[in-house]
Write a protein that binds this ligand. Sequence first.
Ligand code: MF3
Ligand code: CO
Length: 257
Amino acid sequence: MKPGMIILKTPREIEVMREANLIIADILAKIGDTIRPGVTTGELDALAEKLILKAKARAAFKGYQMRSQKPYPAAICASVNEEVVHGIPGPRVLNEGDIVGVDVGVVHKGFVGDAARTYPVGEISPKAQKLLEVTRESLYKGIEKAAEGNRLHDISAAVQEHVEAHGFAVVRDFVGHGIGRQMHEPPQIPNYKTGGWNPRLQAGMVLALEPMVNEGTWRITLLDDEWTVVTADGKLSAHFEHSVAITANGPRILSEP
Ligand code: MF3
Ligand code: CO
């Protein structure tokens, strides 16, 4: 999309987006309580769907279509180990030592909330632990820069610097995004420095920041299911996402309780 099309939200709209994201925060907490060796990703999806229904919201991902892809078939994305994002939940059983990224989107009163977290399954390797830690920290480094007067690429640079300082790599092919009545609004928010559009940040912008961080190469491959994104080298990947409003008082993380 073009520069100049970032849709600012009113304080009232931001309150509605807060409600949407609190539904997600609650679901992610309950998913965290449920994850253990032996649970399937399909069970996590069923739990999320039940909670979304109970909250009188709608699953934002279900039926979502990008380009000529087939519609996304589930309420959550569950991406295990070398899966970067958009893993389709199903009969896959989680095993001790796995990591699983869970992404949840809901539509509530006409606004979309979007957040994700990567969980350890039982005891995980120190390397995997480090990857989760650095990815989560990089999200918070980006959030710190989501303040009036900064520019979009201040966020991108902060994420990239933290990730690369720890020897990991930032995924290039997928980016964060503006969010509001649509799940994907301008601007795109790369997690690395680019020469692209670099608008100044303003109060009223709501941004979904979502670093995807690989243990090895940043390169990715798309599986034949047309959705699941995996690392090109088969090494691990992690993903954390928050929806963040830029306010006169600084960044407000809508998806954190
Ligand atoms: N957080 C992801 C995104 O912003 C979730 C999209 S899953 C999809 O792109 F199925 F809805 F595409
Ligand atoms: Co998103």
